[in-house]
Design a protein around this ligand. Structure first.
Ligand code: FCB
Length: 444
């Protein structure tokens, strides 16, 4: 039996745009994701989050299901334009009311709310004024954080400022596959700095507005392994790791940018004003860790910027996303953060798998997802035994949902959603995960 530490939190994670729907209900303003998904050709079969899982209207049912499964926490995100339709200025009372009711419903069922303030749905009004390309947006984020702190802070103590800045920077500003769909590396690195400033503003705003706030940030990690033992591949892996991991972890946790990457970026490196490094690195209480897979990297002088290329996991076990199943990456990343970044408290704020599910006779059996969870929970448990201060695990995701540019074609839920009827069916993986949560332990 693999027993987890006392008080360990067991939950699922979701994001507003991926599940809420109600995209223009009750005074909500548009976000960059409304704009992006309504632009033909951006999303698989032009799917949108207009309705998604209709969680905005069905949250009660969804909360009840989590509690019935045996979970004790829930990570969700607030839609910034739902509560501040223009990004700044007058709040939308009906938007705030939704999150008040959601939090009350969670607490009534003993589910501890973890609130993410930014999971990619920037108010379109702010995008129209330059979006994350401007420092003003970082300041606006601080005001929005203060509003949410004042609104929910009597009941919510656990806060995550940003979700996966790497995804915003690379998907939104380098490859153009996530909103706002730009392909501008110069802007991208400036955006990464503004996201860090936004994080700093939000941490201070939450400390000022929430008594006994417990604040962190969520980064995705992609542990990087060299394709061979050669010195060239090892150096390539080090550079790649610098760009996808250290570039994001170092600022909030150390108040620096990695010097080797700054040098490598040359003129693409962001403009940093005096005092910024202090502003973006107030002490935080925990590190949120999202992770799904690893990267294997080889030296490739022809590849721009890094001289390193990721080797596809051909022939290796993969999920429906084409992501290699390599549970040790979780152990390696958690122990590394602990070792190299001053042993912060850590939550796994996302981990999970997409598979093609089918409803057969009214039920959904998903042995592959169940196995994925089992293997990764075992890796997390090994990390705990190695001294990692892991405090909880949030599975991605509660429900099948709008998987960004893949639309509804990728299912990550431990609860199946029939999008035509909005019927929910707990999958085998959901029952498995609930049992682990109830026992705070898993059979080896
Ligand atoms: C993460 C995102 C989350 C979801 C999963 C599959 O990068 O934070 O919204 O899309 O990937």
């Amino acid at each position: 039996m693999l027993t987890f530490p006392d008080g360990f939190l067991w939950g699922t994670a979701t994001a507003a745009y991926q599940i809420e729907g109600a995209h223009d209900a009750d005074g909500k303003g548009p976000s960059i994701w409304d704009t992006f998904s309504h632009t033909p050709g951006k999303i698989f079969q032009d799917h949108t989050g207009d309705v998604a899982c209709d969680h905005y209207h069905r949250y009660h049912e969804d909360v009840a299901r989590m509690a019935d499964l045996g979970l004790n926490a829930y990570r969700f995100s607030v839609s910034w334009p739902r509560v501040l339709p223009a990004g700044t200025g007058a709040p939308n009372p009906k938007g705030l009311d939704f999150y008040n009711r959601l939090v009350d419903a969670l607490l009534a069922r003993n589910l501890r709310p973890f609130v993410t303030l930014y999971h990619w749905d920037l108010p379109q009004a702010l995008e129209d004024r330059g979006g994350w390309g401007g420092r003003d947006t970082a300041a606006a984020f601080g005001e929005y954080a203060a509003l949410m702190g004042r609104t929910l802070g009597d009941r919510v103590k656990d806060w995550i400022t940003l979700n996966e800045p790497l995804a915003t920077v690379s998907g939104g500003y380098v490859f153009g596959i996530l909103a706002p769909g730009k392909q501008d590396p110069q802007l991208a690195f400036q955006v990464s700095h503004h996201l860090n400033l936004a994080h700093g503003h939000a941490v201070r705003a939450l400390r000022a507005s929430v008594p006994r706030a417990y604040v962190g940030i969520t980064h995705v990690s992609m542990p990087v392994y060299p394709a061979s033992d050669s010195e060239a591949d090892r150096q390539a892996a080090r550079r790649y790791d610098g760009l996808v991991n250290r570039w994001y972890w170092d600022p909030p946790l150390r108040g620096t940018y990695p010097a080797d990457i700054v040098e490598r970026l040359g003129p693409l490196a962001p403009h940093i004003e005096d005092g910024d490094l202090q502003l973006l690195s107030p002490p935080i209480d925990f590190f949120g860790h999202n992770s799904y897979t690893r990267a294997v990297v080889k030296d490739d002088p022809a590849s721009a910027l890094l001289g390193a290329t990721q080797v596809p996991p051909d022939g290796k076990p993969q999920t429906e996303m084409g992501w290699e199943i390599y549970p040790d990456h979780l152990y390696d990343a958690l122990t590394r953060i602990t070792r190299e970044y001053g042993a912060p408290e850590i939550y796994i704020t996302e981990n999970g798998a997409a598979y093609r599910d089918a409803v057969v006779g009214g039920s959904v059996d998903d042995p592959q997802r169940t196995d994925y969870l089992r293997l990764h929970l075992a890796a997390a448990h090994r990390a705990v035994q190695a001294g990692v201060r892991l405090r909880g695990y949030f599975c991605w995701s509660l429900l099948d949902n709008f998987e960004w540019s893949f639309g509804y074609s990728k299912r990550f839920g431990i609860v199946y959603v029939d999008y035509a009827t909005q019927e929910r069916i707990v999958k085998t993986s959901g029952r498995f995960f609930g049992e682990v949560a109830r026992r705070n332990a898993m059979t080896a």
